[in-house]
Design a protein around this ligand. Structure first.
Ligand SMILES: [Zn+2]
Length: 289
């Protein structure tokens, strides 16, 4: 991952970034899948067998996550927000596979699709459907709601909560900002080419916020213990999903990538991934953020 972060040179082409992004997403899936699978290893299962299975399945899921991110370019190329539903579906299927790999389950066992702060979850083996509240995403969305007005038509068109404001109070230089699974956009951004480019870029950020979801499954043995010890936790846990991936993305973005201010922005892998995958430009050519 660190090797990929070092790639933020301006001479790198869009094609290089697509390759790096495919590798980055594949590796995230593989490593979180492999490690998670060992943590959640079955009784009698050899740890290296659990790791190999989780690594391989997770790599496949990660590459599908890359495909979902890449589909966001259609929003910008076709000037059409509804491609957001397609990109989200593909990404979420990849993300589900990575989570299943990390939980040491069959890759199809639990499938989810996230709408705002609600995770629509289907356990395919039991055909049990549940909407679950994602705790960190909920708090992030509440914060966005305090910063702007809910833009209903845009949110429905893209399948992603979008808020509007005159100026983004915590980052006045920016036209758009992504927090967890929602956006805060400037009022000045109207439906022109610039708008679709920014929207596609921000969509990649919401996916980056979720790419580390496999790590949520590392806590499964701990959760099983909590369920045994607390009836309160056992009753609540099916309806609430601990989405630590959002905090982990924050660490990845600010600590490893040194974003978002100043010279680091241009070298930030996550900013370049968002911009190259959505518009094939370098992050520094166009400061959407
Ligand atoms: Zn950005």
């Amino acid at each position: 991952m660190l090797l990929l972060m070092a790639m933020g040179r301006q001479t790198i082409t869009a094609q290089d970034y697509r390759g790096a992004s495919l590798l980055y997403n594949g590796l995230i899936g593989a490593v979180s899948g492999g490690v998670g699978s060992v943590i959640n290893k079955h009784k009698g299962q050899k740890w290296y067998k659990a790791f190999a299975k989780g690594f391989a399945v997770g790599a496949g899921g990660g590459m599908i996550m890359y495909g979902g991110k890449r589909i966001n370019s259609l929003i910008s190329v076709k000037s059409e927000l509804s491609y957001g539903y397609l990109s989200r579906f593909v990404f979420d299927m990849g993300n589900s596979i990575v989570e299943n790999a990390a939980a040491n389950r069959n890759f199809w066992e639990v499938v989810h699709y996230d709408v705002g702060f609600i995770r629509l979850e289907l356990e395919t083996t039991k055909l049990r459907f549940r909407p679950r509240l994602m705790a960190s995403t909920f708090l992030g969305t509440v914060f966005l709601a305090t910063q702007g007005r809910f833009d209903v038509p845009t949110s429905l068109a893209s399948g992603t909560p979008t808020f509007r404001t005159r100026t983004i109070s915590y980052a006045p230089r920016l036209n758009g900002s992504t927090l967890t699974n929602g956006f805060l956009l400037n009022d000045t951004l109207r439906h022109n080419l610039f708008f679709y480019d920014i929207y596609a870029h921000e969509m990649v950020h919401t996916f980056q916020f979720r790419e580390l979801a496999g790590i949520n499954q590392f806590f499964n043995p701990l959760k099983t213990k909590w369920k045994e010890r607390s009836t309160w936790y056992a009753k609540l846990s099916p309806w609430i999903y601990g989405d630590l991936n959002y905090e982990l993305y924050g660490l990845n973005y600010f600590l490893i990538n040194g974003g978002p201010e100043g010279k680091h922005y241009c070298r930030n892998f996550l900013e370049n991934e968002a911009e190259y995958l959505s518009t094939e430009r370098n992050a520094c050519d166009f400061k959407a953020h």
